[in-house]
Design a protein around this ligand. Sequence first.
Ligand SMILES: NC(=O)c1ccc[n+]([C@@H]2O[C@H](COP(=O)([O-])OP(=O)(O)OC[C@H]3O[C@@H](n4cnc5c(N)ncnc54)[C@H](OP(=O)(O)O)[C@@H]3O)[C@@H](O)[C@H]2O)c1
Length: 234
Amino acid sequence: MRFAIVGAGRMSREIEAVATSQGHPVVWRLGSAENPHGQGLTAERLAAADVVFEFTTPGAAVENLLRLAAAGARTVCGTTGWARDLPAVTEAFAAGPGALVHAANFSVGVRHFFDLATRAARLYSRAGYASYLVEEHHAEKRDAPSGTARTIASLVEMTSGRPLPITSVRAGTIPGTHRLVFESPEDEIEIIHRARSRAGFARGAVWAAERIAGRSGEVFEFGELLSELEKEGP
Ligand SMILES: NC(=O)c1ccc[n+]([C@@H]2O[C@H](COP(=O)([O-])OP(=O)(O)OC[C@H]3O[C@@H](n4cnc5c(N)ncnc54)[C@H](OP(=O)(O)O)[C@@H]3O)[C@@H](O)[C@H]2O)c1
């Protein structure tokens, strides 16, 4: 499968390494200078790739995604911080021959964390525990709280009926840590997901690309694509 990457940062490099190690050539990669306002996404470039990865910045993602949708590209987007534009982007992909998988977090381990968080919120909120979330990322991460923290908060809040306080730490080179704490006068329970590197995110994104190639008019959040696989059985 031929891949292309919009973005030239840490995640883009990690995706290229994982993709090529799995036998998928990366036919082009665009940084910000080659792609002002999505203008580098030419018909010629897009015709050369089966799937395009979009891992840029919150300010650039929506323009890129609307251009990719208009061109009918199969797209995997991991950029965070553009959720309020999701309805417009979904509509654009659903109307054309392209397809989109998006996620604030492509780690399969984090998907399990979401399940644990929901179950723990049900148990501990009934027992009267208070809860909070601490998320830690490298100093250059632009959005805070992280997209993953927002997802965890919405799951816990839906289950417990109470707001979940979030603290964001931006320091050094931390790939991403999320710590959900349930707190009572007697004890404290913590559920922690600590990414050791970006490889887990890249592997999930490459798997999503393999899954979405050749599909049309569909939009998935990564978890929906994983559920589709579970329904197919062993
Ligand atoms: N979903 C996940 O699993 C996951 C995991 C980790 C990170 N993320 C998210 O993915 C995004 C990228 O992360 P990162 O660590 O790779 O960030 P990064 O190292 O800061 O890289 C961002 C890149 O975006 C490029 N860029 C900005 N505008 C562009 C445009 N119009 N066209 C093409 N490229 C453009 C920049 O290119 P130049 O260098 O040329 O300026 C830069 O290389 C962030 O939103 C981050 O939160 C998601």
